[in-house]
Design a protein around this ligand. Sequence first.
Ligand code: NAI
Length: 649
Amino acid sequence: MPVVSVSREGEIAVVTVDNPPVNALSQAVRRALFDATTELDADDGVKAVVLACAGRTFSAGTDLSEFGKTPMEPHLPDLVNRIEASVKPWIAAIHGTALGGGFEIALGCRFRVTVPDAAIGLPEVTLGIVPGASGTVRTPRLVGAEAAVELVTGGKPVKAAKALSMGLVDAVVQGDLLQSVLAFASDAVARPLPVPLSQRTVAAPASTFWEDKKGAIAKRAKGETAPLAALECVRMAVELSFDEALAFERKTFLDLRASEQAAALRAVFFAERAARRPAGLKGVEPLPLRKAGVVGGGTMGAGITVALRDAGIPVVLIERDAEAVARGLANVRTIFEGGVKRAKLTKSQAEAKLAGVTASTDCGLLADADMVIEAVFEELGVKRTVFNQLGRLCRPDSIIATNTSYLDLRLIAEGVPDPSRFIGLHFFSPANIMRLLEIVPIPETAPRTLATGFALARALDKIPVQAGICEGFIGNRILKRYRAAAEALVYDGVPIAEIDAAMRDYGFAMGPFEAQDLGGLDIAYLQREGARANGRDVPETLGDILVRAGRKGQKTGGGWYDYAGDRKPQPSAVVAELLAGKIARMTAHSAIAGHLVGEMAAEGDAILAEGVAGQPSDIDLVEIHGYGFPRWRGGPMFARAHSHRQQDV
Ligand code: NAI
């Protein structure tokens, strides 16, 4: 099958790209499209050209497998220019997504027509680069500077209706796309054609626009370079001629493509893709997930219920007594109402989602669930009782999972009839938002159970990472080491605020101490106390001293910092006093972040050596998706491996 074919519908030619799975713009596709422009320009019988794509989507853009290789002609910018320069107007017929290079090809067309569920966008910044084939130059000429800045610096695709209102597309059509676009084409050629984008100019925005945007984007980007570079490209597109702006964009694109940040973001992108479908589970059919159960409607149970409902899966939510049932349901409702407040959901959508939750004390309702996830108190006895019941009540082929953070899964599963269906599914709080899902099999877990865990992650749009059994799995184990290393710096005399600032500079939203104040110091404290009560030798931490003094974090008005009625951390004289005898002389510490990230990676080494994680990139995914590690640093393992190139690691 040729990757590009040309057919005729009367006086309209239809050029179809067929390069599964996502019609990436490989060299063969670019060459064939280039040839098609020449062929159709020479054909007097053709009045207009429809550019369509076969399969599930319009072109999703650059062929990522060509990344890092010597670029081969024709280059994408030349192809986009060539399409625009065609004697016959080209019309892009968009279904699925037109992303990056895919959308840039559409920008070379004189018109863009989409179906209602299509999405278009320029997500290049998420890979640490900017559009490289006129996306930053033609987009402002199509929709103005403000809208272009939003699209190019944010990287978020927009749905058809919004694209239409922004002016990114000319029409959104119902029914058969090709037939509608053929009709659109016949109509369009009967009227004067719009001026090609390369020949248009852009109105300058308000005088403060660029500085305001720069400030806002720098704040959001936290050290990531691509969004600011994208802003600069759009600014040049407004202030320079088309050709000059194109040259500026190209140079920026090539510089960024060779950067360490782009390498990190590419590595994360490929790691995520591989994580969704582990090679070891090829050919293993997961169990279909038509109905789920959740036991425990607290913080995690409610969040997991919402995540399941967001994926359209009906949920039975089980709690201990009538009062707890009402509270659990209220927890779920609160999350949906939050979605309505933030305009993520309409009221009726929220109601429909809530209507799909059956809350009860009756475990018998779980009898026909395909999967049940337990999220009750973190106590072995309580969990064992629950699984004892589930083992008896649930369908024999259903999957039963625990969301435990620290307990030994083998002990929880003890006594469960047929433990091949038992698995750990460790969600992160808030479970409907955080994308990480640690999947923890026990030795008896069947491949199908494991495959269903991964299928669940795909259904919930989460990033699954398989972890082995140990206290804290991958993420919480690294967190423990990270916090201990941060405390060690405090012992060495590095001010708490300086450590937090260093990690913010590194790209985290919060440093380790601020984050503990937000989440509460007591959870980890209780866990340490539990271990001590069981006779384990857990050395006293600085956190223990604070909790014993009643400083559990923001909720008690103070933890590592004081809070004067707001969320702004202020260095605390009380803490200085409490820790006084513990802290050594002030010593300069110039590479706090590098040290702490090194500690995280060292724990990663131990985790790998024990087989708790399968590969370094899994550890990076856990840190990025569960613990706020800056994505553009690639994760602790990637950052350390590339530390000779990252100046400040
Ligand atoms: P939580 O205390 O907010 O909720 C626990 C709920 O379980 C309560 O509503 C309680 O009424 C219910 N429950 C207790 N015994 C029950 C029983 N026999 N049958 C039915 N319901 C019962 O606790 P949270 O924070 O939601 O944690 C739940 C589990 O998730 C724990 O194992 C915890 O370690 C784990 N986890 C917690 C995370 C967090 O950030 N809070 C993150 C990841 C896992």
